[in-house]
Design a protein around this ligand. Structure first.
Ligand SMILES: NC(=O)C1=CN([C@@H]2O[C@H](COP(=O)(O)OP(=O)(O)OC[C@H]3O[C@@H](n4cnc5c(N)ncnc54)[C@H](OP(=O)(O)O)[C@@H]3O)[C@@H](O)[C@H]2O)C=CC1
Ligand SMILES: CC(=O)N[C@@H](CCC(=O)OP(=O)(O)O)C(=O)O
Length: 343
């Protein structure tokens, strides 16, 4: 059994990791940290884990974490980078669900995250953990940068188009919407039901920190400068991301459904839905990205992709478990077989 630690076990992605790992046949949860709940039983805070997990939250402690085979960081940006060098040194492998190791350029990290990077020397080693893009490297990684939620939905939706040269990479638009759990479990006025319920708005229109992450992903395949307009929206639902993506086709005669089917053949967590309108409830709780690709008769030169994920599953904890399975040689789908919840 793999001994697993989770730093940040009281947040939404930490709780989702607990839900998935409590039933994973090869995973043994040994350390779950929380500074605010240290000493309290995990199942006391999360009753859905009663009878599944007999552990108490503990303060994050490097010595205890070093006894694990793998540590997940489900913590705010800028937390993992302070602890990771020591854990790697002690032979522990790490999956960071935050953004600390996602951007390869430390100056870009500082620009978007507002602090200098604590261990820039590890950025080149860290593997971006999107298996559909990077599966072989994930298997051998000591350190995984688990992708952001929006970047997962947007990258998977645009990748077949950009990588095949079917679209002009300098003109990409991503219009993305997220449920409120994407903002984490912190108390914030703008996230109150009375503030965001029955309402809907775009935010970070001038620039969101996920834009450089998506651009970095696509640039590896584009063969030319990537130009992306990315606008996120907050919608009054709890889970889910829907990204509607637009790009200009180089050859309007291309068979788009075949292009996507070829790119994602054999992918266990990509579901192509030709002619469909994937909705967020069809992925709630499931580790899947459901994609449809279309064009309008009046604008045959513009492709429209719809891509949906559960931000906490394929957009965070499920993807992290998928990466863990690859890193430790388990079947990639172990512990991730659950279907979506409907309704
Ligand atoms: N929510 C989402 O949909 C997604 C989130 N992410 C990323 O995953 C990370 C976690 O997100 P989320 O679960 O939503 O966040 P939450 O705010 O819900 O939870 C954060 C957790 O981290 C702990 N924590 C906070 N500060 C520290 C610290 N300095 N040292 C140790 N533990 C700390 C908190 O517990 P305590 O304070 O008790 O120690 C809490 O358990 C973030 O970086 C987020 O950007 C990525 C993809 C999707
Ligand atoms: C709805 C909402 O607020 N979403 C978050 C996405 C946060 C996230 O998961 O991003 P990182 O892992 O890169 O921090 C936001 O826009 O900040």
């Amino acid at each position: 059994m793999l001994r697993i630690g989770i730093v940040g076990g009281t947040g939404y992605t930490g709780a989702e990791l607990l839900r998935l790992l409590a039933r994973h046949p090869q995973a043994l949860l040994t350390v779950i940290t929380s500074r605010s709940e240290a000493g309290l039983p995990v199942a006391g805070m999360f009753p859905h884990l009663r009878g599944q997990l007999d552990l108490c939250f503990t303060e994050p402690d490097p010595g205890t974490l070093a006894e694990c085979d793998l540590v997940f960081f489900a913590t705010p940006n800028g937390t993992a980078m302070r602890a990771v060098p020591d854990l790697l040194e002690r032979g522990v492998r790490v999956i960071d669900l935050a953004a600390d190791f996602r951007l390869k350029d430390p100056a870009l990290w500082e620009q978007w995250y507002g602090m200098p990077h604590a261990c820039p020397e590890l950025l080149s080693e860290a593997v971006y953990g999107l298996p559909e893009l990077n599966r072989a490297a994930v298997r051998d990684a000591r350190l995984i940068a688990n992708p952001g939620c929006y970047p997962t939905a947007v990258t998977l939706g645009l990748l077949p188009l950009v990588a095949s040269g079917a679209v002009d990479p300098s003109w990409l638009i991503a219009d993305a919407k997220s449920g409120v759990s994407g903002a984490g479990r912190k108390a914030e006025t703008g996230l109150l039901m009375a503030e965001m319920g029955e309402s809907f708005k775009a935010y970070a229109v001038k620039g969101h920190r996920h834009a450089p992450e998506i651009t970095q992903n696509l640039a590896q395949f584009a063969g030319a400068q990537v130009g992306l307009t990315f606008v996120p929206h907050l919608v009054p639902m709890i889970r889910g991301i829907e990204a509607t993506l637009y790009a200009r086709l180089v050859d309007p005669a291309i068979d788009l459904d075949s292009l996507f089917a070829d790119r994602y053949a054999g992918e266990p967590f990509i579901d192509l839905m030709p002619g469909g309108h994937p909705d967020t409830r069809s992925v709630r709780g499931a580790n899947v990205c459901r994609i449809s690709v279309s064009r309008q008769e009046s604008m045959p030169g513009v492709v429209v992709v719809q891509s949906v994920i559960d931000n906490l599953v394929k957009g965070a904890a499920g993807q992290a478990v998928q990466n863990m399975n690859l890193m430790f040689g388990f079947d990639e789908t172990t512990g991730l077989e659950a279907l979506a919840l409907l309704p």
